[in-house]
Design a protein around this ligand. Sequence first.
Ligand SMILES: Cc1cc2nc3c(=O)[nH]c(=O)nc-3n(C[C@H](O)[C@H](O)[C@H](O)COP(=O)(O)OP(=O)(O)OC[C@H]3O[C@@H](n4cnc5c(N)ncnc54)[C@H](O)[C@@H]3O)c2cc1C
Length: 399
Amino acid sequence: MTAEPLASDDALAHVPLGRDHPEIRDAVRAICVKYPGAYWRNLEDTGGYASGFVKELTDAGFLSALIPEAFGGSGLPLRVGGVILEEIHASGCEGATCHAQMYMMHMLVRHGNAAQKQKYLPGIATGDIRFQSFGVSEPTTGSNTLELKTTAARDGDHYIVNGQKIWTSRALHSDLMTLLVRTTPLDKVKRRTDGLSILLVNIKDSVGKGMTIRPIEMMVNHNTTEIFYDNLRVPAENLVGEEGKGFRYILDGMNSERILVAHESVGDARFFIDKAVAYAKERVVFKRPIGQNQGIQFPLARAYSEYRAADLMVRAGAALFQAGRNCGEEANLARLQSSEAAWNAAEACMQTHGGFGFAREYDVERKWRAARVQRIAPISTNLVLAYIGHGVLGLPKSY
Ligand SMILES: Cc1cc2nc3c(=O)[nH]c(=O)nc-3n(C[C@H](O)[C@H](O)[C@H](O)COP(=O)(O)OP(=O)(O)OC[C@H]3O[C@@H](n4cnc5c(N)ncnc54)[C@H](O)[C@@H]3O)c2cc1C
């Protein structure tokens, strides 16, 4: 085992209990209430992007919470970014419209050079530069990131990028993208984790000049695309950190990503439980509220129990991250527990609503579909279990 018992860990002495950061929660909810279910359903009908919602969150400073103050953000702890996303989800809104900027921030702040930070961070903070797109997944290699096929070859002061990415969300609604590419062939590196690099790609400058973006129709409105790279020229100054070390930078950012999206699942669980409990009290069948039946009540009680446990693990992960401690175990446990708590709550909420759960105006089916995504993206449950299996329990690796 890699971690000491949680209770003896100093960093966890500061794990907040109760609804911490109440002013921030209230302010986020005050924005979300202006974007009710009808707004999201309409976007689904049109495949639209939540520009108004994202702009309002940006203008209020919520999306720059994790950007250092020196670059126009508020330099707040990861937990605050998570609380913002949690409230967005608990309100029935969608953090996927804007969360990538938060979860890529750690990578850019930690590994970007001074010129890159000066060039991009202030614009990201004001919303002039939309940094919402993250190109890692590929059609042929899937979860096996180390074998990804998109290459970038150095040519003078540029990299020439060739290959294909899939599931690159929000590419058509972003200005700047993080792109993971192979700069040294796999058979020429000492360690399999070497030879991958991160490029910052200016999307607007690239479309039609070696970058082709095609939307993918999906069961959720993530504005997801596939992207073809055909001799795209990217300035070498857009390389983040050192060439060949990109996978380490991605790994370094993964804990913050896991913890942030886990907050979203905690928010989803709250949404489903609140909605289901209210309905179970009010819906009367056989002359009694359906919530009086243990067949309805117990799944909700169980969902509540799972949500509370996940919430504690999410807070533990955020506290350890903030203390600069190793938080890989807690980040992965938080991710696993919260995505499962949200899904079980979604199922309980759907069942509680009976046929009305399928009626779009109740928003249960929309959030149910969205909650399902969290067990596959940004990382699938099996890969999290594999981390716990070999990284924490020391069992043999399956890959
Ligand atoms: C809505 C949505 C938005 C997304 N947005 C982005 C984005 O913005 N940027 C981006 O880069 N990607 C994005 N993705 C992609 C996402 O990260 C991947 O779908 C996810 O990581 C799983 O990869 P895959 O789909 O290739 O599955 P595969 O790797 O093909 O795996 C399929 C199944 O097999 C399992 N599996 C594979 N290998 C093992 C193993 N060794 N042991 C046990 N089980 C295994 C997986 O867990 C999974 O359940 C998005 C996906 C979705 C659905």
